[in-house]
Write a protein that binds this ligand. Structure first.
Ligand SMILES: Nc1ncnc2c1ncn2[C@@H]1O[C@H](COP(=O)(O)OP(=O)(O)O)[C@@H](O)[C@H]1O
Ligand SMILES: [Mg+2]
Length: 276
């Protein structure tokens, strides 16, 4: 957990006169799940888009796998894109394409794989996310929200990425489906040795998956640490976020978990508190 897979280096973001990010630096380490949290409008989605090379910061630099996203050769950026998968919150699947064609899409775009191999890979990926083969010819509208998320995950993993981006992966799912999706991500990240960057405001998802949480507020990265470390801070956004029965329940669960982990693995990374 030492190499920087993603490095934000003194990042500034500005739209017109509005400053969204003020001099933010952040490193995402190999193999970790890093969650981005912050109030509505704090710049989470924008930061994710910057990590994907879809948005250019006003100042500063974003490097992924050591490569600058905004100063490099477009061909290098294209190659880089094959090393990550993205699960967007909206439009998780193309509604006009079958399940099969959705998952096959990134494989076909490679233009180097024959149909037989694509078929085998699609079935393999569907199996990995717990979708039975007979669903392959269905259209997204025929499926439950939980299935759509799983298939979108299969598509995001189609090119066997090292890095996975999740934008509100459990938004809109009922608690059971949400929990089973979280368990799936948790299994896959271990099996596939993934590094994950996730935006979420769901506390159960946050607690269940995050190794570290980055908190955006006041245009800055106000805190970076484990869920438990973050929950102990007194910033207004953080207090509101963890307040209430649901937050408290999630925290109790993570306290038990952390106690177990600490018993097995002393010397966890300490809290890094930044800015104000
Ligand atoms: N393309 C854009 N043009 C102008 N303003 C934008 C644009 N994208 C985002 N913003 C503004 O930047 C701020 C952060 O947006 P966003 O990253 O979507 O926040 P979050 O995902 O944390 O809710 C918001 O005030 C939003 O209105
Ligand atoms: Mg957003």
């Amino acid at each position: 957990m030492s190499a920087g897979i993603i490095e934000l280096d003194h990042l500034w973001t500005q739209f017109g006169t509005q400053i969204v990010h003020r001099d933010i630096s952040l490193t995402v380490h190999q193999g970790e799940v890093l969650s981005l949290v912050g109030g509505s409008g704090s710049g989470k989605t924008t930061m994710l888009r910057q990590m994907l090379g879809l948005e250019r910061p006003a100042r500063g630099e974003v490097r992924v796998f050591g490569q600058s996203l905004h100063h490099g050769d477009p061909e290098d950026l294209r190659r880089l894109r094959n090393r990550w998968g993205v699960l967007f919150q909206e439009g998780a699947l193309f509604s006009a394409l079958s399940v099969y064609d959705n998952v096959a899409l990134p494989l076909r775009e490679m233009k180097t794989l024959d149909n037989e191999l694509i078929h085998d890979l699609v079935m393999l990926k569907l199996g990995m996310v717990g979708i039975e083969q007979h669903h392959a010819n269905k259209m997204p509208a025929e499926l439950s929200g939980g299935m759509v998320k799983r298939i979108a995950l299969a598509r995001a993993l189609a090119l066997e990425p090292e890095l996975l981006f999740l934008d509100e992966p459990t938004a809109g799912l009922d608690p059971d489906r949400s929990e089973s999706f979280v368990n799936l991500v948790s299994e896959l990240r271990r099996e596939l040795d993934l590094t994950v960057v996730m935006v979420t405001h769901d506390l159960d998802t946050l607690v269940a998956l995050s190794d570290r949480v980055a908190v955006l507020a006041d245009q800055q990265l106000i805190a970076l640490g484990s869920v438990l470390e973050i929950a102990g801070l007194t910033h207004k956004f953080i207090c509101n976020f963890f307040q209430g029965e649901r937050g408290q329940r999630a925290l109790e669960a993570v306290k038990d978990l952390v106690a177990d982990i600490n018993a097995q693995r002393p010397g966890r990374r300490g809290l890094e508190q930044q800015g104000g």
